[in-house]
Design a binder for this molecule. Structure first.
Ligand SMILES: NC(=O)c1ccc[n+]([C@@H]2O[C@H](COP(=O)([O-])OP(=O)(O)OC[C@H]3O[C@@H](n4cnc5c(N)ncnc54)[C@H](OP(=O)(O)O)[C@@H]3O)[C@@H](O)[C@H]2O)c1
Length: 285
């Protein structure tokens, strides 16, 4: 079986390539694809995989890389606002060269939830369904790694300030999502299925503060601020307007429950529990 992994030069895609090889996949059947040639060369020398330089904005590069692929692990792009055009190009190229199945990394309840990142994922899912390709949709909940800054804040100040209220996050590590993606790539019976991939437990930022306190050995509290207060604090801390606004919006979405759905889907794909919050945070210290 020939497998192409896009976004292989990024965090999730690299972990997926590593997990594919660790699962015993012949590296010569794996193509790691991304824009950055140096990172591709490193993957080739470290794992023996083949590589392809692709750009979602350059359809020719996509068709050349995808030709002959039984499965395309399509890691969603990172250029917010450009992804509908880019993802359209990926799906068109996959169709043009007859890729056997596209496994796409989406976002929680992309079809129904108003989570800030969802519009481009929703359109991509619709394009995949309309394409005539065989697909698997992996709706990844949040990465625990996104909260590394909040762990740092806890250590520096003894507090984690959010505007999440008692909203819950069913996140887990990128490594768990990558392993789940590899199970969906290599396993049978995942054709035209949607999975809501999450951690086993949906935790609150009160839980986060307790885990951080135990890990760091210092008292840590969760303080719930209003969105306006949190925005002011983030600006004061030197974040630019766009990033500060994004963080406050995500907190609003968490407060609304957009990341709260803890399902069994990832656990079932992995055949083991997902990484507990305390272990995930330990890896970030
Ligand atoms: N669930 C979550 O919490 C969460 C958080 C952040 C992002 N995401 C989504 O999950 C994806 C993977 O996460 P990550 O942490 O691995 O992100 P990442 O480290 O930023 O990696 C993004 C990957 O996308 C590739 N890429 C971006 N634009 C491209 C283009 N025009 N053409 C070809 N490749 C392109 C990058 O290639 P180069 O490095 O070679 O340029 C890189 O390999 C993100 O792209 C985003 O869609 C999810």
């Amino acid at each position: 079986m020939s497998i192409v992994v896009t976004g292989a030069t990024g965090h999730l895609g690299r972990l997926a390539v590593e997990a594919l090889v660790a699962a015993g996949t012949d590296p010569s059947t794996v193509v790691a694809a991304g824009r950055n040639p140096e990172r591709l060369a490193e993957l080739a020398s470290r794992h023996g995989v083949r590589t392809a330089v692709i750009d979602y904005a350059e359809p020719d590069t996509l068709e050349a890389a995808f030709a002959g692929a039984d499965v395309l692990l399509f890691v969603s792009g990172s250029e917010v606002g450009r992804r509908v055009a880019q993802h359209t190009a990926v799906i068109d190229a996959a169709k043009a060269v007859g890729v056997g199945r596209v496994v796409y990394t989406s976002a929680p309840h992309a079809d129904t939830s108003e989570l800030v990142v969802n519009p481009e994922h929703k359109v991509t899912e619709e394009l995949l369904r309309a394409s005539g390709l065989t697909w698997t949709i992996l709706r990844n909940n949040w990465y625990t790694e996104n909260f590394a800054g909040r762990l740092h804040e806890a250590r520096e100040t003894g507090a984690v300030v959010t505007s999440t209220g008692d909203g819950r996050v069913a996140g887990t590590t990128r490594a768990d999502y990558a392993a789940g993606a590899v199970a969906a790539v290599l396993g049978d019976g995942h054709e035209n299925r949607v999975y809501e991939l999450s951690g086993d437990v949906a935790w609150t930022f009160d839980d986060f503060a307790v885990a951080a306190s135990e890990l760091l050995g210092v008292p840590v509290v969760h303080r719930d601020a209003s969105p306006d207060e949190q925005l002011a604090l983030l600006r004061e801390a030197g974040l630019d307007e766009g990033l500060a606004g994004f963080f406050v919006t995500v907190d609003h979405d968490i407060a609304r429950g957009d990341l709260a759905d803890a399902t069994d889907d990832l656990r079932t794909l992995l055949g083991r529990p997902t990484t507990p919050l305390a272990d995930a945070l330990r890896a970030l210290v």
